[in-house]
Design a protein around this ligand. Sequence first.
Ligand code: NAD
Length: 313
Amino acid sequence: MIKVGIIGLGAIGQRLIPLFSNHQETKIVAICDTLEERVQETSSQLESVLTFTNHLEMLENTELDLVYVTVPPKYHYSVVTDVIAKGINVLCEKPLANSTEEALGLYTQAKEKGIFHAMNFPLNYNVGSKSFASLIKSGYVGDLRRIELKMRFPNWPRLWQQNEWVATKEQGGYVLEVGVHYIQQIQKIFGNMKVGTKHMQYPADPLASENGIIAFLELEDGTPVIIDGLSQIAGEEEIKFTAYGSKGTLSLVNWANLEGGKIGEPIQQIEADQTLADSLIDHLVKALKGEEATIIDFSEGYKAQVVLEALRG
Ligand SMILES: NC(=O)c1ccc[n+]([C@@H]2O[C@H](COP(=O)([O-])OP(=O)(O)OC[C@H]3O[C@@H](n4cnc5c(N)ncnc54)[C@H](O)[C@@H]3O)[C@@H](O)[C@H]2O)c1
């Protein structure tokens, strides 16, 4: 049984709790949040779990095989550094850190300590996004001509993620929160990219995150990648990730839905390949048992951070 500790019990920490609890080979043995009431509320839903409001006390006093860090981005560096220093395996939320230097620091420390390091980038485990990657690999769009990431948010922050940091320039904004998922996917599927020109738009409040972005990036072979985002607008939320190629067009819409068509044909819904259904926790368990697994490690987190910071900076 893999003994798991969780640091950070907010919106996202809560999402993974049932997944760790329901898995036959993982057990949540300790939880930590600086907010005592969150710790109490969460512990009432778990069987015999140790509770902490200070992560150093948790790391000091608990036998752990894996720590899941899901605190706001600004605190990833300090908290993950403490986990690595204890020599405990770590799963960190995206983005890896809050600057390129911090991300490189975490990757280097983890490598030197020889611990297992992984990140939660869910698009690597979802049926829709895995089907997108698999169709690209099988040549559905032909030779790649352009990649586009379109993000539209009527409200930022989104109604389900209201907190004090996600709409700040310091550690929030949708390029960081949402864009980084697709930056990681683009680099995994199509290879590394570089930021060329970018135009960020901000509201009047100097502390607030962007409300618009148009950026032009390039893959190593020069293929253009366009990131086009707007928030505080009329209409519906939409996140559309599209690959245009010599034979056709393929999009992943709102994280999970596939649509596409061959040149000369209309765009239609495409059924995702259900046989690709997957689970982060299964892969973590396999990796910790020394078996082959799909893991997005800190080196990939760092590569995504380099692009993210070139956009944010
Ligand atoms: N993988 C995904 O799909 C996904 C989606 C959204 C957000 N995220 C990431 O998940 C992380 C958490 O986001 P969230 O929306 O849950 O934020 P949140 O603000 O709702 O929760 C963060 C929690 O961490 C606690 N915390 C802060 N500092 C702490 C510390 N030093 N020790 C212990 N607890 C501490 C806060 O009290 C809070 O309860 C962020 O890095 C975010 O970017 C991931």
